[in-house]
Every structure is written in C-alpha cells, then in structure tokens.
Design a protein around this ligand. Structure first.
Ligand code: HEM
Length: 483
C-alpha cells in the first residue's frame, strides 16, 4: 500500500508475494480456506496484495468487531468489481452499491416494503402452500424409496416462494424453468465471486478475462437474467388486475419509475429495478437454500443430532395421525432446531469472506493503519473453525450454544452469518425464518437416510461469492408413521 503523506502508521503483516501478481497465486480454489491458513502465520489482521489491489483480511472476533462496529463508517463502501458491475447494472443495487445516499434510501425502502416482519408474515400463506406441494411430492419419493435431490428441492422451494411473494408471479411460468434456474443461479453467483483479472490488474486485466472465457460467461449470465427480469416486468405491465388484487414489490418499483421518483443521486430507471431484482433473486433464494442443504447434510452425518432435533419437533408439535404444516409461530418453540441452524452457520457460513468492503477513510485495527481504497474481508469461515474460540471445532455439536449467549444477529462477532455493521444483511429475519420453517417441516414429516451404497455424505465446498455444497445432496425420505 502506498502511504499517504499524513500517515505514519504501521502496515499489517503480509505474506511475501511475487512481483506483479502479489499473493494471488496463494488464494487457491477456496480463498477463505487459504487465507485462513495464511492468517494462522501472519495474524488476525493481514495484508495481502491481490495483483495491484491491497486487501486486508481480518480473522478474529475482536478484529471483526473493530471493523464492523468501531470503524464501520470508515469502511462500509464496496469496491467496484467487474462481475458485480455487470450483474448490478453498474452498481445500481443494494449489495454492491457504494456507500452513498442512493444506497441509504434504497435500502430503507426495501427494508420497509420487502424485508419487514410484517411483510414476512404476509407471505406466510404462500410458504405454507408451497410446503404442502413439496411434502406431497416427497411423500411419493418416500413410497418409491427413491432419493430426493435436496439441493435442487430447497432452491426451487425458495424460488417459488420468492417469485410469488416478491414478484407476484408463478416461477414455473417464467422463462426459467426449474432445471435451467439452478444452473443460472449458480453461474451468476460464481460470476459475482469469481476472482477476475480485471479486478486485480486495472487497464490490462480485461485481456486475460477475454482469453479465459470469463468475459463471455459473464455476458451470457447477464443476458439470461435480463430476459427473466424483462419477462417479470412485462407480466406486471400487462397484468390483468382481477388476478392479483394487491400490488407487489415490482408494482411498487414500476410506480416509482413512472413517477420519476428520485432516490439519492437521480431518478429510478428500469436498470435500477433490474439491479434490485437481482439482489432479491440471488440474495434471497440461494442463501437460505444453501443453509438448508448444509444443515441436512450435517444432520445426515450426525444421526444423534438428527434424532434429537426430530424428537424436539415431534414432541412440541404433537404426534397426530395427519401430520400438518408447522406454522412460523410454532417454530419459535424449537430451541434445539435454532441451535442446529447456528451450528450450521458456524461451519458453513453462506458468505465465508462476507461481501468485500472498501475503506473510505484511514483508521487503525490492532494499531495497524488501514489506508483508504484498501479492500477488506472478514473471514467468518476461519473464525467459525478457530480452536481458540470453539472446542472441537470440526465437530457438529449444536449443544455448544446452550450455555453461550451467541446470536446470529451481527452483535456477536464469533458468529456472523449475516455480516455486521451498516452492511448487515437487511433480510436477516426473512432468511432465518425461511430456513427454520423449511427444516422444521421436512424433519417433522420424514426421516432421512443416506442412500444405500453411499458411505458418507461428502462435504466439499464450491467456490464463488457463496460457499455452497459442491455436489448435490441426495437423501432418501422415509415417511414417518411414528405420529
Ligand atoms: C439465510 C439467509 C441469508 C443469509 C445467510 C444472508 C447473508 C448475507 C451476508 C453475509 C451479507 C453480507 C453482509 C456484509 O457484507 O457484512 C448479506 C447481504 C445482503 N443480503 Fe442477505 N442473507 C440471507 C438472506 C437474504 C434474503 C432472503 C435477501 C433478500 C430477499 C437478502 C438480501 C441481501 C442484500 C440486499 C444484501 C446487501 C446489503 C448491503 O450491502 O447493504 N439476504 N446477506
């Protein structure tokens, strides 16, 4: 990092790098894991050079607190990275927008209109209906004793709910049928997270991205998603009012566009709307599905925990002949299930390095000076597996949360599945309730077994902005007649 004239501070320790590429070659396919290994040697505040870009990685609850709480205002902007630029129509969304008045006003609008507790409760009937359909289809697999692909199942369950709830349309009727959708979402997430040469080598990196095909993949991803938004918007513009009595979130955005409403720096345009839809689509559907998949994978590998969580659910909800859908209110009683979910987030945070931040003004962490324009990551994956913080960190033991008051709400820096500070996930309640509701019902209705001939569930991670399970999770449902 070039020091400014005023600064006399010490820089954080750095692993030695190579000329030109810096530490890029040390990232490997799963950067959060490689960075965690490096931080064991270089400490919880570490400076790496990714091509031309100085990047600070913090990897402890205390340093995360300094970043997300004490100095949040110094570093709550976002860097301009190429994948995000394309998918967000030049940073017109919430997640990748820089810290400015547009971001503040847009985030406030979404929190009020889309992510509020009231709104989450309003969409409950949709969730219930989708869950009923899902249970019906899983029951058929149970009779046939065939495995269910839970990775796909969770993704399409959430896609159906989000499309109906936020976009007011049925997902099946859109340009994206279920199969294509999963591939598209994974590709887009990979494009958002992919470490692209353009991001690390300004002016020349794009040449490399052309040669590696990354540029073409990105363009295709943007084009496919754009077709989806266009269809969504067309349906709203030509909708027949009798079918839908209430305005949904897309109607609201279109109304604001028509009124030429000003958000922050300018008028809300069609591209702003598409960028916001991207956040809902990629942020809203995938994150909860990833958590549910990891939770079921861990439960399948840990029969003791599976049994205990199912007993809790069945005892609390009751053992009726006709198993029914568990409501959102009832999930509040399921204390052990909540611990299972926290334990899942500890080992498998959806966004292991959180979303990159960019430093706005100089500040210090542990006495080290952090310069403006530095990129900043919080390694929540590493913190979740640190033996200094967690006993037997590799084991899946939800009971560890029994006597420790650690909530996943951004206030406890050992566990940050939703990030923290001003950039904390604005849909925390929506995300957590989706996961609880989905898992509670599937664990209530069915027992789950690893398919015959498969020794154990693999726990390989895929790369990208999110850390999802690399291979689909297949489990065999057994209808529980234990009611
Ligand atoms: C289990 C579910 C979810 C998890 C684990 C999760 C996790 C996260 C994380 C880690 C961040 C980055 C925070 C940071 O940079 O400090 C984030 C940001 C965000 N999430 Fe979520 N999320 C979930 C559900 C949702 C849902 C359902 C939506 C929308 C419908 C959503 C929309 C967003 C948006 C728009 C941001 C960007 C916030 C900003 O930069 O100001 N998330 N989420």
């Amino acid at each position: 990092v070039k020091r400014t004239k005023q600064s006399d501070g010490r820089q954080p320790p750095s692993p030695p790098g190579l000329p030109f590429i810096g530490n890029l070659h040390q990232l490997g396919p799963l950067p959060h894991q490689s960075l965690w290994e490096l931080s064991k040697k270089y400490g919880p505040v570490m400076l790496v050079k990714l091509g031309r870009v100085p990047t600070v990685v913090v990897s402890s609850p205390d340093t995360a607190k300094q970043v997300l709480r004490d100095h949040d205002l110094n570093c709550c902007s976002r860097p301009s990275v190429e994948g995000a630029r394309k998918l967000s129509y030049n940073f017109r969304d919430i997640a990748f927008s820089r810290y400015d008045d547009y971001w503040k006003e847009l985030r406030k609008l979404c929190v009020m209109e889309l992510f509020s507790t009231k709104q989450v409760n309003l969409i409950q009937p949709i969730k219930k209906m989708e869950m009923k359909k899902l249970i019906h289809s899983i029951t058929e697999s149970a009779y046939k004793k065939t495995p269910v692909n839970l990775s796909e199942t969770f993704l399409s369950l959430n896609a159906n709910v989000v499309c109906k709830a936020s976009f007011g349309v049925s997902f099946q009727g859109t340009v994206l049928n279920n199969e294509k959708f999963q591939a598209l979402v994974h590709e887009a997430i990979e494009m958002l997270g992919s470490f692209s040469a353009s991001d690390f080598f300004p002016y020349i990196g794009w040449i490399f991205d052309w040669f590696t095909g990354l540029h073409a993949r990105r363009e295709r991803s943007v084009r496919d998603l754009d077709a989806f938004y266009e269809q969504m918007i067309d349906l709203h513009l030509q909708k027949n009012r009798e079918e839908r009595s209430e305005d949904d979130f897309v109607d609201l955005l279109l109304k604001l566009e028509k009124e030429e409403a000003v958000l922050g720096y300018g008028k809300l345009t069609r591209n702003h709307i598409k960028a916001i839809l991207m956040n809902i689509l990629l942020g809203g559907i995938n994150t909860s599905a990833i958590t549910m998949t990891w939770a079921m994978a861990e439960l399948a590998r840990n029969p003791r925990v599976m049994k205990k969580v199912q007993s809790e659910i069945r005892d609390q909800i009751g053992k009726n002949k006709e198993a029914r859908i568990i409501s959102l209110d009832e999930t509040d009683k399921l204390k052990y299930l909540k611990m299972v979910i926290k334990e899942t987030w500890r080992l498998h945070p959806v966004s292991p390095l959180l979303v990159a931040r960019e430093v706005i003004s100089e500040f210090k962490i542990n006495g080290y000076t952090i310069q403006p324009k530095t990129r900043l990551h919080v390694n929540t994956w590493g913190t979740g597996r640190d033996p200094e913080i967690w006993k037997d960190p590799k084991e899946f033991i939800p009971e560890r949360f029994m006597d420790r008051d650690i909530e996943a709400n951004g206030q406890h820096f050992e566990l940050l599945p939703f990030g923290g500070g001003r950039r904390i996930c604005p849909a925390m309640y929506m995300g957590a309730t989706t996961v609880e509701f989905g898992l509670a019902n599937l664990l209530y209705q069915f027992d789950w077994k690893i398919p015959e001939g498969v020794e154990d569930v693999d726990m390989d991670e895929a790369s990208g902005l999110t850390s999802h399970k690399k291979h689909d999770l297949l489990l065999v449902p057994v209808k529980s007649f234990d009611f």
